[in-house]
Design a protein around this ligand. Sequence first.
Ligand code: NAD
Length: 330
Amino acid sequence: MSAAEQINQLKAQIENYNYQYYVLDNPTVPDAEYDRLMRELIALEEANPALKSADSPSQKVGGMALAAFEKVNHEVPMLSLDNAFDESEFYAFDKRMKDRLKDASDLAFCCEPKLDGLAVSILYENGVLVRAATRGDGQVGENITENVKTIRNVPLRLRGESIPARLEVRGEVFIDDKGFAKLNQTQQEKGDKTFANPRNAAAGSLRQLDPKITASRPLMLYAYSTGVVEGFKLAATHYEQLMQLKEWGLPVCPEIRTADNAKDAFAYYSDILARRAALGYEIDGVVIKVNDKAIQQTLGFVARAPRWAIACKFPAQEELTTLLDVEFQV
Ligand code: NAD
């Protein structure tokens, strides 16, 4: 098979998996297999640059807004993250940034668990929650305001005196281990389908046309960044910004730490990996972000991800052997 044929085949296969995962909330292959195909595609495109096109799944964010929901245009695109699958790939990421900055000094990082749920954008105007949306394809998401309002730890109004006129909070909606066990027990008792894993349960629960169903599901949010901010000067580092979100009453993951250099950031990865099972919620890796916002800005973005952050994925925990159907109502 020629490289062009191989690329076309991989593109079609990945697009199909994206549809099942992001639109139907019902993946049919394990994430590790999906990641392997994506890396094969990226390697082929890198070896044959003339065959790389803007419509390739390697160049865009995977999701898509469903017609059943009102659409929301993201003022600041919601991107994905590049991946590192081992230690050497993580250090290569650190080196790439230093080369680009033409400065070999240590970069400081903000280190966070990579929650396995789905990304949401929540807009507060003068402290009041006015809109919430899914990531969709990164440019256009789905309006899920009423559903997000039902999430127990999402404040409908921010706390404190000094609050931005407009603040877009980004975070991950997920279901923790206890909530997931209870939810599947309830589903079973009702004779309804159980969920394959917490991510599918969270995605299926959030993208419901009836917010009453969402309200009955044990969804949680951890905020991990901001989008649009108006009428307030946020702190100069990502970590301090997260602490500011916490002061305004937004839930932030308690495991977030700063690291002075790449070696310390990798130690964080190892520590979280060792404690993975005891965290109480599913994660599929850690996210390491350059802490200084000005350096983030200098580094900028590539097609689908920032240059200043990387998802260090954990080794696959379980293969998708018995994938059950996920309830999805539209
Ligand atoms: P991603 O999940 O690899 O990384 C980006 C996402 O990470 C963000 O959108 C956000 O939702 C999340 N995230 C969690 N914690 C975060 C934090 N602290 N800071 C920032 N972001 C955080 O990227 P993606 O584009 O959403 O999905 C790609 C991955 O999804 C693949 O690598 C694969 O594992 C899985 N996938 C699987 C299938 C399948 O069929 N099995 C299909 C498509 C995608």
